[in-house]
Design a protein around this ligand. Structure first.
Ligand code: MLT
Length: 205
C-alpha cells in the first residue's frame, strides 16, 4: 500500500496502531532497509519509510555533503523541510494524522532525524538515533520539552565519532529533550545491543 507522494517510500499499516515509526536509512540505503528493525523495535506501530532524495553521490542520502562529516547546510535545511512536509502529507494520506511520530534513523538517517528535531519542526515526539552526529547548530535552540531521544553510538566509530554524540546530546538536552545514551562497544555497524537498547527505550514511550 503506497500512495504517490513527494518521496519514494514504503508504508506498512498496523491495525490499531498507537504510533507511527518514521524509518530513515543510512547513506546508500533504501526505503526497505529498516523495515525489519523497525518492526522489531516497535511492534504494533505503523511504519513509514522514505528514500532519501539526494543522489549527488550516486546513491540515496537525505541531504548533500561536501565531504564525509561536512554537510551542505542550505541543502540540509531544504531537505529537512521537504522531509517534514512529506511526513505530514503521508500522515494525512494514510489516515494516521493523529498518531505521534517516533523517528528511527541510522547514520545519515539519524542525522536528518536530528535535523528535524533541531529545526523545531515539532514533528517528532521521540527518536532513536543510531550513530548520529550534530547536523548543524541552530542559532536559537528549539523547544523540545517532553521529547525523548535515544542516542545509540559506537565507542570506536570513526565516521560518527563519540564526541559528536556527546555534543548532540548536550544540544538536545539544552533544548529541553530527555536524552538517553547507549554506547555499543563497536564502530559504525549496528549490534544486537543497539536493537535491545532501542526496544527498551521504545517500550517506555
Ligand atoms: C553523513 O553524511 O550523514 C554522515 O557522514 C554519516 C554517513 O556516512 O552517512
Amino acid at each position: 500500500m503506497t500512495a504517490a507522494l513527494s518521496h519514494i517510500h514504503r508504508y506498512v499499516p498496523a491495525p490499531g496502531a498507537q504510533r507511527l515509526l518514521l524509518l530513515l536509512h543510512g547513506t546508500g540505503g533504501s526505503e526497505h532497509d529498516l523495515l525489519e528493525i523497525g518492526a522489531a523495535v516497535m511492534p504494533g506501530a505503523a511504519l513509514l519509510s522514505p528514500r532519501g532524495k539526494s543522489m549527488d553521490e550516486g546513491v540515496p542520502r537525505f541531504f548533500r555533503r561536501l565531504k564525509e562529516g561536512v554537510f551542505d547546510l542550505p541543502d540540509l535545511h531544504a531537505k529537512t523541510a521537504e522531509l517534514a512536509e512529506f511526513v505530514r502529507e503521508a500522515k494525512a494520506a494514510y489516515g494516521v494524522a493523529d498518531l505521534p511520530v517516533t523517528a528511527l534513523g541510522y547514520s545519515n538517517g539519524a542525522n536528518v532525524a536530528a535535523s528535524l528535531l533541531l529545526s523545531g519542526t515539532g514533528l517528532l515526539d521521540s527518536a532513536v538515533l543510531f550513530r548520529p552526529m550534530v547536523p548543524f547548530v541552530p542559532e536559537a535552540l528549539p523547544q523540545l520539552q517532553g521529547v525523548q531521544v535515544l542516542l545509540a553510538s559506537g565507542e570506536v566509530d570513526g565516521i560518527c565519532r563519540p564526541e559528536e554524540s556527546v555534543r548532540l546530546a548536550g544540544l538536545l538536552e539544552q533544548s529541553g529533550a530527555v536524552v538517553e545514551q547507549y554506547w555499543a562497544p563497536v564502530g559504525h555497524g549496528l549490534t544486537q545491543g543497539d536493537i535491545l537498547a532501542s526496544q527498551q527505550f521504545a517500550a517506555r514511550l
